[in-house]
Design a binder for this molecule. Structure first.
Ligand SMILES: Cc1cc2nc3c(=O)[nH]c(=O)nc-3n(C[C@H](O)[C@H](O)[C@H](O)COP(=O)(O)OP(=O)(O)OC[C@H]3O[C@@H](n4cnc5c(N)ncnc54)[C@H](O)[C@@H]3O)c2cc1C
Length: 340
């Protein structure tokens, strides 16, 4: 079978690239092996433009965020599924020091579209230092997204074996391809074509699920950890960051860490009902890695999405498609060339 694009990896990166190429009229098939811990399946799926201790407006947020909800709503129609919700997100200011940090920045124009400060009481949370209401935020149910992709988009549900690839003839098993793109997440260290040209930093993240009553369910709350309502009095709590970790087992140490932070955010009793982890594909300079193989024709890679694929990938996969099909240069910050 002839295909325009053979894509290896069916996480959010591979799937959004596939859907972008298909919208443009190309045929694209995704190889994906079932892997319960891969990053997309485990992700909380949050989109949040205001991040970190210093209330940073994330890199290119002004380009990523304004069109995100319409992008995902259109994708829901194509995939005949519901997985995206725009949802209020409230960052609970933790201390007088944090409040001062915010107040010293609050006048800056760049925050106007992204957040606003208020004093409000929220049942079950300590909000005495105020609340930052984050606009343009939301969440994706990544399980629902992935199962819609598996159902609606061309898929080979099996492991891709690099040793069977014929790069001269551009053939893999029964497929002849024009282009091949690797979107393998943290497992790219096994890829013989790209492993010497890029450093994907596997960054383990652990999450808890808790049962807790009394916290208003209409918002996502951020503090030392986030809490996200997932139905039936259950909340997802996360997440930890541990670089260069590829063990797929959650640990009691990280559970303690999450619970300590959770106890600072909420003041209602809870039970932990689940504890699990996944591995984010991050990069050394915290920017995605996209580009063409330095020596092999028609071979590409997209990786290094770190902890923000849900907000970055829609625009980046458009840029990747423009690059592959029209030769429009990639933004230099993401181009693989920076490592070659
Ligand atoms: C705990 C946690 C919480 C997170 N929360 C958020 C969040 O709230 N918001 C956000 O934007 N991001 C979040 N992330 C990060 C996000 O999940 C990643 O940025 C994103 O999932 C990366 O997607 P990907 O498609 O590049 O990689 P992956 O999701 O890892 O997908 C790679 C795919 O390739 C497949 N694959 C690899 N090798 C082969 C092969 N040889 N053959 C066939 N298939 C192969 C794997 O099985 C996998 O399906 C979180 C991550 C973790 C771990």
């Amino acid at each position: 079978m002839n295909v325009d694009y053979l894509i290896v990896g069916g996480g959010i990166t591979g799937r959004l690239l596939q859907s972008e190429l298909m919208v443009r009229g190309y045929n694209a098939i995704v190889y994906d092996k079932s892997n319960a811990n891969h990053s997309t399946r485990v992700a909380a799926g949050l989109v949040n433009p205001v991040v970190g201790k210093f209330f940073t407006i994330g890199w290119r947020s002004d380009q990523y965020f304004p069109s995100l909800s319409s992008y995902y709503r259109n994708l829901e129609k194509t995939l005949k599924s519901k997985f995206f919700s725009s949802k209020p997100m409230k960052r609970i200011i933790a201390s007088a020091g944090e409040q001062n940090r915010w107040l010293s920045k609050a006048h800056l124009d760049k925050y106007i579209d992204f957040c606003s400060f208020s004093h409000e009481d929220i049942k079950g949370l300590n909000t005495s230092f105020g609340v930052l209401n984050i606009h343009l935020a939301g969440e994706i149910d990544t399980e629902a997204f992935l199962s819609a992709c598996n159902k609606m988009l061309p898929t080979q549900s099996e492991s891709f074996d690099h040793t069977l690839l014929d790069v001269e003839k551009k053939e893999y098993q029964s497929f002849s391809y024009k282009n091949i793109v690797f979107c393998e997440g943290y497992e790219s260290y096994k890829n013989p074509y790209f492993k010497n040209y890029m450093d994907v930093v596997p960054t383990k993240g652990e999450l808890l699920e808790i049962r807790a009553l009394g916290i208003p369910k209409d918002s996502i709350y951020l503090g030392p950890v986030f809490i996200q309502f997932i139905g039936n009095d259950l909340w997802r709590v996360g997440a930890t960051y541990e670089q260069n970790q590829i063990s797929l087992e959650p640990t009691s140490l990280m559970r303690k860490d999450l619970e300590l932070k959770l106890n600072k955010l909420i003041d209602v009793p809870y039970d932990v009902v689940n504890h699990y982890c996944g591995i984010r594909p991050a990069s050394i300079d915290r920017k995605p890695i996209m580009g063409k193989h330095p020596h092999i024709d028609s071979m590409y890679v997209v990786n290094g999405m770190g902890s923000k694929a849900i907000s970055m990938a829609p625009l980046l996969m458009r840029e990747m498609s423009d690059y592959m099909e029209q030769g429009i240069p990639l933004p230099s910050e993401v181009d693989l060339k920076r490592f070659c």
